[in-house]
Design a protein around this ligand. Structure first.
Ligand code: PLP
Length: 353
């Protein structure tokens, strides 16, 4: 820290991303990336002409990608804003709609607290039930911006679309943000509601289900008035927020629907094997509608399990938050990676007997 930093910089507790180790190769199940490669069709779009033309700025409107997304979801172009990852979309939303305060679950995506602090939004944590589910009625008439990750981050538990709609209907005088980072592994997408409700902002990403975490592409779908608000922020911050390469990759990934659907289906299938395998080994596993599971063993704490797995070359994620400190979060990898993880767990459990 320098003596020049402003108070806010001194005070802030930044978001801590999961490890991206560059030293040795791990079975990497810690940041909810997709285990399958980016669509080959998407990669083929990047040729030397595209690379040479990086002398030009990227399209600030990101038109080709906006068109592809609008087509795919059956909305108009002016219902879509593309962003540099969905974290940027969330940052824009907190800036645009956070002044009356924000509320979200006590166990959820850690970035919400960071953005609330960054953009001076008073934040309220709404406790999940004992079984980590959301009680929708606790969000009715919130009087502040509601943020729901659906499926929820860290737990993997999803709210049905009927419940999401109840939350929207019971908050007509404030914004409801639905963060759909994991929605494709759940299958109930809230995007169609944007035609009915002009207080709904749906935030999405290419990082998880579309195998493009490193390209940094996210998008917002909402009523055109809301998209105009968010565009004002984007043009006051970074007009070229999505670079040319990432835009092309994402556009082609949307158009390669077959690959997208087949990889999502494989992950959903492997998720079942992972949950079964953990339960057979005495783990308590939360039901998951995402590409990760939150699980704990009665044999040891979450941090201990994380460290032991790491020493055996398997990376998972541990959070020290009080309510989930006994758990680890395990990303659904390939069948092979899942088998390796379960083998490592067998070794650990054998030694702790
Ligand atoms: C991963 C994640 C994001 C951010 O993803 P980007 O890579 O920035 O698009 C947003 N919300 C939740 C709940 C996530 O898990």
């Amino acid at each position: 820290m320098s003596r020049f930093a402003c108070q806010k910089v001194n005070d802030i507790a930044p978001y801590v991303p999961g490890e991206q180790p560059q030293d040795r190769s791990y079975i990497k199940l810690n940041t909810n990336e997709n285990p399958y490669y980016t669509s080959a069709r998407a990669v083929a779009a990047i040729d030397s002409d595209v690379l040479k033309n990086l002398k030009r700025y990227s399209d600030p409107e990101c038109k080709p990608l906006v068109r592809a997304i609008a087509d795919y979801y059956g909305v108009a172009d002016d219902n879509v804003l593309t962003t540099n990852g969905s974290d940027e979309a969330l940052a824009f939303c907190f800036q645009a709609y956070g002044q009356s305060g924000v509320c979200y679950a006590d166990v959820t995506y850690g970035f919400y607290d960071v953005f609330a602090h960054m953009y001076d939004c008073s934040s309220e944590h709404i406790a999940l039930e004992d079984d980590f589910t959301i009680d929708p009625s606790k969000y009715f008439g919130a009087g502040r911006t509601v943020v729901i990750a659906n499926p929820n981050a860290q737990t993997g538990i999803a709210l049905g679309l009927d419940k999401i709609e109840e939350i929207i209907v019971n908050n007509r005088n404030n914004i409801v943000i639905v963060d759909q980072a994991y929605v494709d592994f759940f299958g109930q997408n809230a995007i169609p509601f944007i035609k009915k409700y002009n207080n709904l902002v749906v935030v999405n990403t290419f990082s998880k289900s579309r195998s493009l975490a490193g390209a940094r592409v996210g998008f917002v779908v909402a009523d055109s008035g809301l998209i105009s608000d968010l565009k004002k922020i984007k043009y006051s911050f970074h007009p070229y927020n999505v670079n040319t390469l990432s835009m092309l990759l994402a556009k082609n990934a949307v158009e390669d629907d077959e690959y997208f659907k087949s990889t999502v289906a494989r992950i959903v299938k492997t998720r079942g094997h992972l949950i079964d395998g953990l339960r057979e080994r005495g783990f308590y596993v939360l039901p998951s509608s995402a590409n990760f599971v939150l699980a704990r063993t009665p044999k040891m704490g979450g941090e201990e399990l994380y460290l032991q797995l790491k020493s055996r070359g398997v990376l998972v994620r541990h959070f020290s938050d009080e309510r989930i400190k006994d758990f680890v979060r395990i990303t659904v990898g390939t069948d092979g990676e899942t088998a390796e993880l379960l083998k490592a767990i067998d070794g650990i459990l054998k030694e702790t007997k």
